[in-house]
Write a protein of this length. Structure first.
Ligand SMILES: Cc1cc2c(cc1C)[n+](S(=O)(=O)[O-])c1c(=O)[nH]c(=O)nc-1n2C[C@H](O)[C@H](O)[C@H](O)COP(=O)(O)O
Length: 483
């Protein structure tokens, strides 16, 4: 019997959506009831959200934020009240929402997948069809989003110097990253809360990465559980772990050791987020209903949007002196994700880590940080001068939307690039077929542009093929009025 006054959490095991763009909620499967009365004051996302759904079906709000094993892991078994027929459960009465009506209408009229010709097309479809809060979370950058825009425009300041009369009949753009083979010089980078865009979340990205033999970086703040994502991998599929370091190092140690035991091939420690940036679009969408990643433990200020509500566990005291500890607890290659100046790359080489990602977190952290590709142009000549270019693998991410962006990064000396939002938008708009098409489009663009630049393999890409003289010119467009 559901006592609607008690803060009981009711979750259906699954709700289905037909993913060829038409969204429909299928029949509810049996659900489960949980007594979270005592947990109320400890809930990292605050008590409000739980009380709002007390005795009602909380599935839709709960799923995108909490990995499925959260309640099994953290709520005492005595509080698991058992099965409930979701047909008898009151649904949160959604008042008439004209915005939602308009969104459903846009979904009904959205372009068919074959009308997406490049990664930016997925962004324009996602802007139309995604839920407001999900779009806000994925698309937002920090402050005035100057760096988020610079990430993409920086590539437009690099021009090609193509070679001619080179035999490019056969083109091979496969490469290795951290010693493992990959068919494309890009990887799926870590982006949190995959289920905001699609009910399968990060597992869907695993399937797409497998199909195209590219590497997936698993986010700490995934909607799916880490083991779900690892279990979804097939055969010798390569996955990396992205780590936000917890103030409680025993939690971090457990996560790192488990990731290594499960076969992760790289540990990417995020170093550009001692505090998550101020993402105003995310805040405006008032993620007050957000649950939170259970790692935090303390009450979080959830008026700051999803980002702040799920990141209070991150340790702002993380520093270079922690790196030897990480090297003592794992044999995985260690890569620092979010390095933004050559001095720190030199320090990374001296500290003995295996790689860095030159990144500003997709423009979601420090506004006016330089683009990854601009920092790359600063770093590589210094490493070459010292003869250190082979002592560390350099990756970049941020604003990569075309194969020409990837080729420019490789000409400068990057080992590969990370891509985030485009795959989220493709997933949110068209599900697995969407991400599959996005990766295939990049593959087709790679083949064409390698031929046109006059190279048949990534090894042939080098700085003489590009002109970077305009790269340090920063023209910042005035931020659009977001209100
Ligand atoms: C778009 C996006 C990026 C996030 C991301 C979530 C989203 C929705 N999240 S965040 O919630 O904390 O900011 C993460 C994250 O979990 N960990 C991380 O290291 N980078 C995170 N990033 C940054 C990401 O790994 C890349 O640096 C960035 O996405 C590359 O830029 P593009 O999106 O333009 O490809």
């Amino acid at each position: 019997v559901i006592d609607h006054s008690l803060p009981q959490l009711l979750l259906s095991d699954y709700y289905s959506r037909d993913y060829q763009g038409a969204f429909q909620i299928g029949a509810h499967l049996p659900g489960k009831a949980y007594d979270v009365t005592e947990f109320l004051p400890e809930h990292p996302g605050g008590p409000k959200i739980i009380l709002k759904y007390a005795g009602k079906d909380a599935t839709e709000e709960y799923d995108p934020i909490h990995p499925p094993d959260t309640l099994d892991k953290y709520l005492d078994k005595s509080k698991h009240l058992g099965e409930v027929d979701m047909g008898t459960v009151k649904k949160e009465q959604k008042e008439h929402d004209p915005d939602e009506e308009a969104r459903q209408d846009r979904i009904a009229r959205m372009p068919i997948l074959e009308q997406c010709y490049n990664l930016m097309d997925f962004e324009s479809v996602a802007r139309q069809v995604m839920k407001k809060t999900a779009w806000a979370y994925y698309s937002s950058g920090a402050d005035d989003e100057i760096t988020m825009r610079e990430n993409h425009t920086a590539f437009h300041k690099i021009w090609f110097r193509p070679r001619i009369l080179v035999d490019v009949e056969k083109v091979d753009f496969s490469t290795t990253m951290l010693g493992t083979k990959t068919d494309m010089p890009f990887y799926v980078t870590a982006t949190a809360l995959g289920k905001l865009g699609h009910h399968e979340g990060e597992v869907l990205l695993t399937k797409a990465a497998k199909k195209h033999n590219v590497i997936q970086m698993i986010p700490t703040l995934a909607s799916c559980s880490f083991d779900e994502i690892m279990d979804a991998a097939e055969g010798d599929q390569v996955q990396w772990m992205q780590l936000y370091v917890n103030k409680d190092r025993s939690i971090t140690k457990k996560i790192v050791e488990h990731a290594e035991k499960r076969g992760c091939k790289g540990l990417f420690i995020t170093v550009d987020a001692p505090q998550l940036g101020r993402r105003e679009k995310d805040m405006r969408s008032k993620f007050t209903d957000v649950g939170s990643n259970v790692q935090s433990g303390s009450t979080t200020d959830n008026s700051q949007g999803a980002a702040r509500a799920i990141s209070s566990f991150i340790d702002p005291a993380l520093s270079w002196k922690d790196i030897p500890w990480f090297q003592s607890i794992t044999k995985m290659p260690i890569i620092l994700k979010g390095v933004q100046r050559v001095e720190d790359v030199i320090r990374a080489v001296e500290t003995g880590v295996q790689g860095v990602v030159l990144s500003n977190h997709g423009g979601r952290q420090l506004d006016f940080a330089r683009s990854g590709v601009e920092v790359l142009a600063e770093v590589m000549p210094v490493l070459r001068e010292r003869g250190w270019e082979d002592r560390i693998e350099i990756y970049i991410d941020g604003g990569v939307r075309r194969a020409t962006d990837i080729i420019k990064a490789l000409c400068l000396g990057a080992k590969g690039v990370g891509i985030g939002r485009p795959f989220l938008y493709a997933m949110s708009s068209y599900g697995l077929p969407g991400v599959d098409r996005a990766m295939q489009l990049l593959k087709d663009e790679m083949e064409m542009n390698m031929r046109l630049i006059g190279c048949s393999s990534v090894e042939q890409l080098n700085p003489t093929l590009i002109d970077t003289r305009g790269l340090n010119m920063h023209t910042t467009s005035v931020p659009v009025d977001n209100l």
